[in-house]
Design a protein around this ligand. Structure first.
Ligand SMILES: [Zn+2]
Length: 299
């Protein structure tokens, strides 16, 4: 038996040694992500600072890297869905690139992981009180939601957007690949008053990736209670949803490619984003609850 344990220990040590030499995307823990944020803070003390967003149901502190010191504040949030580690990697790389070179006149917050417990268990949903919930169906919306705010994470993010006066948001998921904008629910008139501005931002974001762009419900599928519809409906925040890559379980090469094509696009999108929130952001379509059967809740 002793020999068996020695072999197991050797294997574990060998694995952790390998992990420290080269990154194995999708195999790191939330603590590793937090360590990366602190590394960036210490490497770029003038540009970057770790800030707390709030505590999740599982007890972990949801953290952002605050980058730059400009008056206009924007936000990138990744990993509403815990299994979508490709989105985490794009967010971390974008944070690193901004920390080296912030966008003039802007402060951009990057939250690499919102669903901290789901990230550690590699599951889309987040646990709370003995059940699990889909965080991106947990926000108030004009056509309702499965929540709202059954999760501390979504409530904390909503509070943060309000307190900080966030103007534009990129919310990162895997996979489609596409960059889309409101509205993501309802029928009839799915247009906003500012579709040409949304279209311009989506086009700016996809120069390198050449992802499909358009209305969320049409390009992806209808969903009630999403973050991107919520912040636009409630505050007029310019919100774009990125479905990056072509898999929920990309290999290292594919993750590197997702980073390569999305990091410059994200920067360009924020450089072109309006400096103020949208004025007219009411929903003018019709709610149709039969559409909920089309919500695929993609695992
Ligand atoms: Zn997702």
């Amino acid at each position: 038996m002793a020999r068996f344990y020695w072999v197991m220990l050797s294997l574990l040590l060998a694995n952790s040694a390998a992990a420290s030499v080269e990154p194995l995307f999708g195999r790191e823990s939330y603590r590793d992500v937090q360590a990366t944020l602190r590394q960036l803070e210490s490497s770029y003390p003038l540009n970057a600072e770790v800030v707390a967003i709030g505590q999740a149901d599982g007890g972990q502190m949801i953290e952002a890297l605050k980058i730059g010191s400009g008056a206009v504040k924007h936000l990138v949030v990744a990993t509403h869905h815990g299994n979508e580690y490709g989105s985490t990697e794009v967010a971390k790389s974008f944070a690193a690139s901004l920390a080296e070179s912030p966008v003039a006149g802007q402060t951009i917050y990057v939250i690499p992981v919102l669903n901290t417990a789901g990230f550690d268990s590699r599951s889309r949903r987040e646990p709370a009180g003995g059940r699990t919930y889909d965080p991106n169906r947990d926000y108030p919306n004009p056509c309702g939601s499965e929540g709202p705010f059954r999760l501390k994470s979504t409530a904390a993010l909503a509070r943060f957007v309000e307190q900080e006066g966030i103007v534009a948001v990129a919310t990162l998921h895997t996979y489609s690949p596409a960059v889309v904008y409101p509205w993501g629910m309802g029928r009839g008139n799915l247009s906003t008053h500012y579709d040409p501005i949304f279209e311009q931002l989506a086009v700016a974001a996809t120069v390198e990736s050449r992802y499909e762009v358009g209305n969320s419900a049409e390009v992806i599928y209808p969903a009630n209670g999403t973050f991107e519809d919520y912040v636009y409906w409630k505050h007029g925040v310019w919100s774009l949803l990125f479905e990056v890559g072509r898999s929920h379980s990309p290999g290292d090469k594919e993750v590197a490619d997702m980073i390569r094509v999305n990091v410059p696009g994200l920067r360009r999108m924020f450089e072109q984003a309006p400096r103020e929130r949208a004025e007219r952001h009411e929903f003018e379509g019709q709610c149709d609850f039969r559409l909920l059967s089309l919500d695929r809740h993609d695992e």
